[in-house]
Structure formats: structure tokens, C-alpha cells
Design a binder for this molecule. Structure first.
Ligand SMILES: NC(=O)c1ccc[n+]([C@@H]2O[C@H](COP(=O)([O-])OP(=O)(O)OC[C@H]3O[C@@H](n4cnc5c(N)ncnc54)[C@H](OP(=O)(O)O)[C@@H]3O)[C@@H](O)[C@H]2O)c1
Length: 261
């Protein structure tokens, strides 16, 4: 448990709300030390003891650490003065410099979780700009470990690139699942069976990778020299990896260009 008060601007949204719920459930932040804000008021998190405010400056004044979990286009209208505070931004495509300039925060951390915060399975890379105290870095790491795994990165550009990789969360697996199911249906497999098979591959069978090395898994399956080997060989003959590279670069380019309104 920490002594600091944590404020989450946008603390009832997908990311902000999931983080708020997890830090309370894991006991990292006592409910009396959690302040969340939104514009619409009223949220079930209040029943767990968090304070809900609609005045973001009030939240900032009451908090030691301020997490900004609004959408990038909503940032410009926040109008907060966070002088002397550490601000952790979850916003894609807004630089630490822009956040510091607009919020007057003393230190800025850019973190990039993904939608799997909802099930505490996110990976969250984070980057510190300016003088962030070692004790604050430990707190940031612990905070994001409440919703999965986390790691500090040393370059801000890594956050923009990783926004398009881990930041996309379930997006690439969803695309793969759709492609597998669609191709099976085209090949005459009944729709429901095709969807069950594709979902199993992406959601269930892939859990074997949680504790195994991906390359060793591929090598072991290819060693059978059978069906899997033929399928993977056909896949690797096409521009699969190049296409992945192009997708990541396209997403990163949008993050680097900036998403502020
Ligand atoms: N979702 C993802 O998969 C994902 C992944 C990586 C990064 N991110 C980043 O995470 C951030 C949040 O995304 P999200 O998906 O959680 O968005 P979201 O669900 O739309 O949540 C945004 C929250 O901000 C609140 N809000 C908006 N304007 C506000 C204001 N002026 N003051 C206080 N609260 C305000 C909204 O509540 P009210 O409408 O009630 O005000 C809402 O609860 C974004 O910047 C995004 O770039 C998201």
C-alpha cells in the first residue's frame, strides 16, 4: 500500500476505470487516497470508496500523482495546473513536452497500456521525461503491475512505436481470428465451426505460449514435418512479416505525428 494520493482524470473510462478498480482491488492505493474525475459524474467506483469529482483542478490539488486517462482530443480542454506534481499520461500521440507545457507538471511519465487492463493482462511500457525520482519510478511500475506487466523504456519514441504494437491490445489477434474463420468458411467449413476453431487458435491454444518460447514452439511443431509445417511454410513464403512491419510503422507514424486536437 502506498501513502500518495492518486488522481485519475478520466478515471471512469475504459483504461482509467480499469486501473482505478485494479489499484483498489490489489490494495495498492487505499480508497481514501484515490480521486477520479469525469464530466458526467456518478460511477460504481464511488461505492468502493473512491472520490469522484468533476473539477479536474480539484483532483490535481488533492493528488500527488495525476494520471491523465482522457482521449487525446480531450486533453486540450483540461486546463489544469499540475505544478510540483508528477503527471502520468496514458494518451497516445501526445508528447511529454506538450503535456509538461500545458499542465505545468514537474515530471511527466508517458505510459502505454492496452485494453487488456480490463482483465489485468496489459503490458505497459512507460517512459520518464525530466527528473522523476527513483521512488516515483517504483510507484509507476507497481501501479501498472496492478493491471498486468510493465517495463520502463529509455526513449520516448519507443512509446510511439509500441502504441502501434502492444497498445493495440486485442486488435491484431482479432484480425487474425477473423481471417482464419473467414478462410475456413470460404473453404466450406460451417460458419459456427469455423468461428469456434479460429477462436480456439487465437484465444485458447495461444495460452501455451505464456510459459514457452515462441520459436521453440514453432520448431517443435514443424519438426513433425506434417500439416503444421506445410501451413507455416506457405505462410512464410508470403509477405507476412513485411506486412506486420508496415502495419506497425503506419500506427507509429500516426502516434509520432500527434493526435492532439
Ligand atoms: N482503449 C485503449 O485500448 C487504449 C490503448 C492505449 C492507450 N489508450 C489511451 O488511453 C486514453 C483513454 O482511452 P479510453 O479508451 O479509456 O477512453 P474512454 O473510455 O473514452 O475514457 C475517457 C474518459 O475520460 C472522461 N473525460 C473526458 N473528458 C474529460 C474531462 N474534461 N474531464 C474529466 N474526464 C473526462 C470520460 O468520461 P465523461 O465522458 O463522463 O467525461 C471517459 O470516462 C486515450 O488517451 C488513449 O489514447 C487507450
Amino acid at each position: 500500500m502506498i501513502n500518495e494520493t492518486v488522481g485519475i482524470i478520466g478515471g471512469t473510462g475504459w483504461l482509467g476505470g480499469s486501473i482505478a478498480k485494479a489499484v483498489l482491488a490489489k490494495g495498492l492505493v487505499p480508497s481514501g487516497n484515490l480521486v477520479i474525475s469525469n464530466r458526467s459524474g456518478n460511477h460504481p467506483l464511488v461505492q468502493q470508496g473512491a472520490s469522484l469529482v468533476t473539477d479536474n483542478q480539484d483532483l490535481v490539488d488533492r493528488s500527488d500523482i495525476v494520471i491523465i486517462a482522457v482521449r487525446p482530443e480531450q486533453f486540450a480542454s483540461l486546463n489544469i495546473n499540475a505544478t510540483g506534481k508528477t503527471v502520468i499520461s496514458l494518451m497516445a500521440g501526445i508528447t511529454a513536452q506538450a503535456i509538461a507545457a500545458q499542465s505545468l507538471a514537474s515530471a511527466v511519465v508517458r505510459a502505454m497500456p492496452n485494453a487488456a487492463v480490463e482483465i489485468e493482462q496489459s503490458f505497459t511500457p512507460w517512459y520518464c521525461s525530466g527528473g522523476v525520482a527513483a521512488t516515483t519510478k517504483i510507484l509507476v511500475q507497481r501501479l501498472f503491475e496492478c493491471v498486468g506487466t510493465a517495463a520502463e523504456v529509455q526513449e520516448e519514441d519507443f512509446i510511439d512505436y509500441l502504441s502501434a504494437l502492444s497498445g493495440t491490445g486485442p486488435a491484431f489477434p482479432a484480425l487474425l481470428m477473423m481471417a482464419l474463420a473467414h478462410q475456413a468458411m470460404l473453404a466450406g467449413i460451417p460458419d459456427d465451426i469455423a468461428q469456434l476453431a479460429a477462436k480456439n487458435v487465437v484465444v485458447n491454444s495461444s495460452q501455451l505460449l505464456a510459459n514457452r518460447d515462441a520459436q521453440q514452439m514453432i520448431d517443435a511443431l514443424v519438426a513433425y514435418r506434417g500439416v503444421t509445417a506445410a501451413a507455416l511454410q506457405a505462410m512464410s513464403q508470403g509477405p507476412f512479416e513485411e506486412q506486420i512491419g508496415r502495419a506497425l510503422q503506419a500506427g507509429a507514424a500516426v502516434a509520432r505525428k500527434g493526435l492532439q486536437a
